[in-house]
Design a binder for this molecule. Structure first.
Ligand code: CS2
Length: 495
């Protein structure tokens, strides 16, 4: 089968939607770091829509710091790829054209190409999806985690850069040295106040590696915060074959997502932003309420359902969201506990948002593996589950189901311990610590909970001494028992 490319466009199945703008005239004005499935299904599609609504120099140069390598997939396709939106039996496949070029940073030469791309005066915006772990921070405090070897190597000028900080520092140094214009750096990862976090962590890194750059960055780089949303799991070979068959050309970079999408961006730019608002994105003065509701409802439900789902033997998050016991527990947690920690968000009334979120996760056409959502849980649960739990405890409420949700992450990690069956190896920078504590604690669940909650880089200093500690110990005993599903059913019927 012919490969998808600009030459193949004219021969695709005629019903397939493709870029409605003159792609040959599309100049690069934006960079994106982390060209994974989420970017291809979210910002790249918003940009494609914005280009159709109001054409301008907003083509994207993608930069990848770590595998999977994407340049070798997208270069033969001239940057073109499809995204298929699935809901139940419905599927809609479309060709996206906003990415012009992709650089995988693997050696000195590709690192130089990435720095040159980011330092180009034509590039006015750099968006990034580098995952929570990509910020190399201590989850509970937001400070850089200098025990991270890649971060230390980048601070000491290691080549090629392995972290976003090493890459941005070199690019901004080049920009300053060449008198380049300012730009806007937009974190699109699921972290609270992600723009402020990026600004702070980058400032800390630069303080340790290139202090002379600080004042240039303060004057020349804007760091808006954003809330991004679309469920887009890692694509499979079946997704690639499906999209290729539908369009009539082989697409090795195909991605799949749900129809729902949302993007809320703090209006704080160095220059006129790309017209993403013409594509349905919202520019707002304050993103905080939007990100709080999204991370504490949708993402919290995904994490809880996935940890519990894996523990009771399910494969996909939609199965957990369709399971009567698991979904009722998640709903009750969100409606009776999390909701009280949420601000009023314009256009996003909490009860409707909870319903819609659980409905989205239950979309059986989206095969999001529980283990994919469970990956790097240590970097996710603070903003999704621990912060609302701590706020509730501080307001005098009992630990409730949020403690069960926090315990679900611990139990998911402990399933990696031989004592608890070594059922899987969690993919998480903290897995070894959790497993070691699990192996050491003997049969005493109180000691186990205290030991785990003593990981203050994740839990902060107070949770181990709070009433949640005993509740979490009891949940661990239930979740790690021979019949975790029975334990969950009992929790549900006890109201
Ligand atoms: C998921 C998110 O893997 C995960 O951590 O919870 O990727 C989630 O699907 C997106 O945030 C949805 O917008």
């Amino acid at each position: 089968m012919e490969r998808l490319s600009r030459h193949a466009l004219a021969r695709l199945n005629p019903t397939i939607r493709r870029p409605q703008y003159d792609r040959e005239r599309l100049a690069i004005g934006m960079a994106h770091i982390g060209v994974g499935a989420f970017h291809r299904c979210h910002q790249a599609e918003f940009t494609d829509d914005a280009l159709e609504a109001h054409f301008g120099p907003w083509g994207v140069v993608g930069i990848n710091l770590r595998p999977p390598r994407v340049a070798e997939l997208l270069a033969p396709q001239d940057g073109l790829f499809t995204r298929t939106l699935r809901q139940g039996e419905q599927a809609e496949t479309r060709v996206i054209g906003s990415i012009r070029r992709v650089i995988d940073v693997e050696d000195a030469q590709s690192a130089e190409a990435a720095v040159a791309a980011l330092a180009s005066p034509a590039v006015r915006v750099v968006t990034m999806t580098v995952t929570e772990k990509g910020y190399c921070h201590v989850p509970a405090t937001g400070a850089l985690d200098w025990s991270n070897a890649e971060l230390r190597r980048d601070r000491d000028g290691g080549a090629p850069p392995a972290t976003v900080f090493g890459l941005l520092t070199r690019a901004f140094e080049r920009r300053r040295a060449t008198g380049g214009p300012g730009l806007t750096a937009i974190s699109c990862d699921n972290l609270p106040s992600n723009g402020a976090l990026l600004r702070r962590t980058l400032a800390e890194f630069i303080g340790a590696s290139a202090p002379a750059l600080s004042t240039w960055i303060e004057a020349h780089v804007a760091f808006p915060s954003t809330m991004v949303d679309r469920i887009a799991p890692a694509p499979t070979q079946a997704d690639i074959s499906y999209a290729s068959d539908v369009i009539g050309a082989r697409d090795e970079a195909a991605v799949v997502g749900e129809p729902f999408r949302q993007w809320t961006i703090e209006y704080s730019f160095q220059h006129e932003p790309p017209p993403w608002d013409r594509a349905g994105a919202q520019f707002v003065a304050d993103v905080k309420p939007y990100e709080l509701i999204k991370m504490r409802v949708l993402n919290a439900a995904q994490s809880t359902l996935s940890h519990l789902g894996a523990i009771v033997g399910l494969t996909y998050s939609f199965e957990a969201a369709s399971d009567p016991v698991l979904s009722a527990l998640a709903r009750r947690m969100l409606a009776t506990e999390t909701a009280s920690t949420l601000p009023d968000v314009p256009g996003m009334a909490t009860p409707g948002y909870i319903d819609a979120s659980l409905g989205r996760i239950a979309n059986s056409a989206i095969r999001h593996r529980c283990h994919q959502i469970g990956t790097d849980g240590s970097q996710k649960i603070v903003q999704r589950l621990i912060n609302p739990l701590c706020e509730r405890l501080a307001a005098g409420h009992p630990p409730g189901l949020l403690a069960l949700a926090v315990a679900s992450w611990l139990a998911y990690g402990l399933c990696g311990a031989r004592r608890f069956g070594a059922r899987w190896r969690p993919d998480d920078p903290w897995a070894d610590r959790v497993i070691a504590i699990g192996e050491e604690a003997g049969g005493d669940f109180n000691a186990l909970a205290k030991g785990l909650l003593g990981l203050d880089a994740i839990f902060g200093a107070d949770l181990a001494r709070s009433p949640a500690a005993d509740a979490i110990a009891a949940h661990l005993a239930g979740l790690l028992s021979a019949d975790p599903r029975l334990y969950l059913a009992k929790r549900l019927s006890h109201g």
